[in-house]
Design a protein around this ligand. Sequence first.
Ligand code: F3S
Length: 387
Amino acid sequence: MQLDPDDERILAGEFGETRQQMMELLVGLGTVYGAERFVPIASAQVSGASYKTIGEWGLEWLSSLDARAVVPAVLNPVGMDLERWQEMGIDPAFAKKQEQVVAVYRRLGIRLECTCTPYYLSLTGYGDHLAWSESSAVCYANSAIGARTNREGGPTALAAALVGKTPYYGLHLVENRKPTVVVRVEGAPPSPDAGWYGALGVIAGRQVGSRIPFFSGIRPTRDGLKSLGAAMAATGAVALFHVDRITPEARVFSYDLGGLEAITVGSDEVAAAWSGIPVDAVAIGCPHCSGEELGLIASLLEGKRVTKPLYVFAARRVIREHPREVAVIERSGARVYADTCMVVSPAFERYGAVMTSSGKASVYLPSLCGGAARLGTVEECVAEATS
Ligand code: F3S
């Protein structure tokens, strides 16, 4: 890789041992993937934040680092709401460890927004180069915004945050952003909600794998795009997709689809992802809710009381910006938590089965929380929690 004089000085250890290690990591990554140089990044998003997923080894490694982020960098969700963890029933011993992880990230200069939807917090524009690591955030940034990021691991996103650059390869290059498979959706309902797109993503991701799909036959809102991408990143390894006449780069590539394999997904296959198993709790907000989603949930809960636990997750700033919607939701007995989610918090390990509107969460709840998952639309989730 070609390094500029500043990179060489970092690599030589002039700016401390941590930056030197981080530069070595990034040079190694770039060399493996054939990058010729680095590209400066507009922001980083760092996963590996919940003590549940990183454990003692992760905490020890993070504690050994000594540098500060040189670009805006946001943390992924942690294992609990940092202000309301007791109410969530989190074990104090876990909370203590989680607070230590958070303290280390604060020292490293990572913003403690603790969200997988950093695109609601700061302007991320078309063509921006990023180093983001949470798979749904990566998919949304690439697909819905037209920014450019590879699917980073937690350590490489952190390294990019501390150095301000990432190797220039993969999805940073326009030629690697072309669709490689066509997905035709047949019989989509007129205005499906994000839950339907989550189910579509579960099915499509399995068939698409790590390719770049170009969708036709759907017209998702931004929340639909978020849900579709999150689920495809979970069942496949999708980091970028295009939707005909919807996503910003679809126009660029829609003339060049000849010769690509075409897959058809019918609405009957999507409906088969729904099940009717009994559940103990309901969770919405994977990825974290937008303001519009909080508004939808509030309108569905207005004047009702929940009969089983209903959890809603969103970024703290989004929660603060929607006090009316949050008040309506919480008046029903449901809870709106920040900083965490149903997958990375140990709070969900106590439930045998959870209903969710998230295709992604329906995939990860069984493996990471040990219970069964049932998928439904947001409306069906609220109906289940209030029935
Ligand atoms: Fe976000 Fe947690 Fe889902 S990190 S994408 S809400 S699994």
